[in-house]
Ligand binder design. Structure first.
Ligand code: COA
Length: 233
């Protein structure tokens, strides 16, 4: 007589092992893709349409992509200064508070990549981003997008996010992720207008947190039939 219960248990074990193996394979692929992206000299190099931008008021802006370790000293001090000018107050209004040393350490960690936008060689905006594994998934994590107050609402933020999305598409990251303070309505409107929505890793509504985690999936990966001329929709 067949012992149905032990047969079922064995089948379940086999299925479980397969799931574990599949998960291990996914994690291995994710790690390889992130390593490959991080080994690039310039992830923006082949995306020439993102090297220059003419803003809505006709200013010609140059956009470059560099590792943090390749930034000039002047650019690094401007990044730290703009970060403080733009965000200190927002951090002070959050449970995190403003920890200058911790923020500077995060901005200067060797894994950090930067998009820097300049007009006539004067920097006006930056994005700190990383190719990373987030909850087991390969992502381009946008840590910061920060523009000088005088350079806002001219389409540059959108342009820089599109550059990030295209780099994410090109390096086969699954999505672009960003964390936004709940008390930063401009950033929330900005990210929503660009198609970012609550990420699956966003904390439950019952958790009292001062931020939301947003993302935009790389449809080129999730749905291979998607229009391949667009990076991320
Ligand atoms: C958020 C930020 C990056 C947006 O960049 P930007 O270049 O000003 O934004 P864009 O001009 O590309 O705007 C794109 C769209 O986002 C929305 N948007 C941008 N700024 C907005 C604001 N202040 N209020 C409401 N909607 C806004 C609009 O829909 C806009 O489209 P429109 O101008 O055609 O109406 C910029 O305002 C900034 O650096 N803010 C300070 C730092 C910050 O809060 N960073 C975000 C941290 S996650």
């Amino acid at each position: 007589m067949i012992d149905l219960s032990s047969k079922a248990v064995n089948m379940k074990r086999r299925a479980h092992k397969t799931r574990r193996q599949l998960q291990a394979e996914k994690e291995k692929t994710a790690k390889q893709l992130v390593e490959k992206a991080n080994a690039l000299i310039d992830p923006l190099a082949t995306l020439e349409c993102f090297h220059k931008y003419k803003s809505k008021d006709g200013v010609l802006i140059e956009v470059t992509c560099q590792r943090v370790t390749d930034l000039s000293k002047q650019t690094v001090s401007w990044i730290l200064d703009l970060m403080e000018r733009n965000m200190k107050q927002m951090y002070e209004q959050s449970a995190w508070g403003w920890d200058l040393v911790a923020k500077q350490t995060e901005l200067l960690e060797p894994a950090a990549w930067y998009l820097v936008a300049s007009a006539e060689d004067i920097p006006i905006g930056f994005s700190h981003f990383r190719f990373d594994i987030d909850y087991g998934v390969e992502v381009l994590y946008c840590y910061e997008i920060q523009l000088e107050p005088s350079s806002r609402r001219r389409g540059l933020g959108r342009f820089m996010m599109q550059a990030l999305e295209s780099m994410a598409f090109q390096t086969q990251m699954q999505k672009v992720v960003m964390t936004v303070f709940k008390h930063n309505p401009a950033a929330i409107s900005f990210s929503h207008s660009l198609g970012y929505r609550l990420d699956s890793t966003n904390p439950y509504t019952t958790e009292k947190v001062h931020y939301i985690i947003l993302s935009k999936h790389n449809l080129g990966i999730v749905n291979p039939k998607a229009d391949e001329t667009h990076s991320i929709k």
